[in-house]
Design a protein around this ligand. Structure first.
Ligand code: R5P
Length: 316
């Protein structure tokens, strides 16, 4: 049934790709993906892909530009090797937050990246928790935007918390819809932070929280934790308003700079992230960070796309 399905990976997240392949029950196909001493990236596909339905598993996480170039060059190599369909599985879409021209003379890099992937020769994109749904429209290709929500819901339910005590919190109005879905699935209350960005440096401040949070267990739900600024700001505000415990769920644990150190000192009890982005050993050593696997979800999506089946069940 899967004779023509082939999985490839670059260097972005080999552990995740290996796990996806194990769930799919097929080995990763062989490719050399490396840099020459002059910094040029080179790709050599070592398996025959003529007529194959190929999936490249490559999040465009840190080092973003290197991982992006690996993806583009792999697409090019596979297209020239006569793959019949090239599906890009990009669990974390780098540059997603550059999705609008909200200041004079700034780029829309998420659109530029979509153009690059398209021109390279991709036929489809599968991703997870896109920062903004409208990024799907930056492509004139099918984009399947999977949700991490079921993974977090399953985990939160396993903690055995009383739903009457829980309030799901969106750090800002942009994420309110995402958090509302979470609250609906848990059948619990919702609160929304009134966040304001300060300057260009990704700094933010939470002015108010809309909703009841006193004596509650807060579950902050966001798509990305990068410097940790947004998450820690809202956690501080929740604590000052009398929240009992604070958990946070984020699909993409970028955790740049000293985010983990800040997290350690914050009132957040646990941060649940997925493995769309690999964690360094140092970050894995932080007791507050718990990584949940997205591999099974990705493998199911890959199988369904390959078999031309509906993906709707994966959103339930
Ligand atoms: C913002 O709109 C995003 O959803 C995240 O809240 C934000 O990008 C996280 O970045 P940081 O951790 O640096 O505050």
């Amino acid at each position: 049934m899967f004779s023509k399905l082939k999985l490839f990976t670059g260097n972005a997240n080999v552990a995740l790709a290996t796990e996806v392949a194990a769930f799919a029950g097929i080995p990763l196909s062989d490719a050399d993906v490396f840099k020459f001493s002059n910094d040029d990236t080179f790709v050599k596909i070592n398996d025959n892909v003529r007529g194959s339905d190929v999936f490249i598993i490559q999040p465009t996480c840190y080092p973003v530009n290197d991982n992006m170039m690996e993806l583009l060059i792999m697409i090019d190599a596979l297209r020239r090797a006569s793959a019949s369909r090239i599906n890009c599985v990009i669990p974390y879409y780098g540059y997603a937050r550059s999705d609008k021209k909200d200041q004079p003379r700034v780029p829309i890099t998420a659109k530029l990246v979509a153009d690059l992937i398209t021109v390279a020769g991709a036929d489809r994109v599968i991703t997870v928790d896109l920062h903004a749904d409208q990024i799907q429209g930056f492509f004139n290709l099918p984009v399947d935007n999977l949700f991490s929500l079921p993974i977090f819901i399953r985990h939160i339910k396993s903690l055995g918390l009383d739903v009457n005590d829980i309030v799901v919190v969106s750090p800002d109005s942009g994420g309110a819809n995402r958090a509302r879905q979470f609250a609906k699935r848990l059948n619990c209350a919702l609160a929304i932070g009134d966040k304001r960005r300060i300057g260009n440096n990704n700094n933010s401040e939470v002015l108010h929280i809309i909703g009841e949070v006193k004596d509650k267990i807060a579950i902050i739900f966001d798509d990305i934790i990068d410097t940790g600024g947004s998450m820690i700001q809202i956690a501080g505000k929740l604590k000052s308003e009398g929240t009992k415990h604070i958990y946070a769920c984020c699909a993409h644990g970028v955790l740049s700079n000293n985010a983990v150190e800040k997290l350690e000192k914050s009132p957040i009890d646990k941060l649940f992230i997925t493995n769309t982005i690999p964690l360094s050993e140092e970050k894995k050593g932080c007791d507050k960070v718990v990584q949940l696997s997205i591999a099974e979800l990705l493998s199911l999506a890959i199988k369904k796309v390959h078999l031309e089946e509906s993906l709707s069940i994966l959103f339930k």
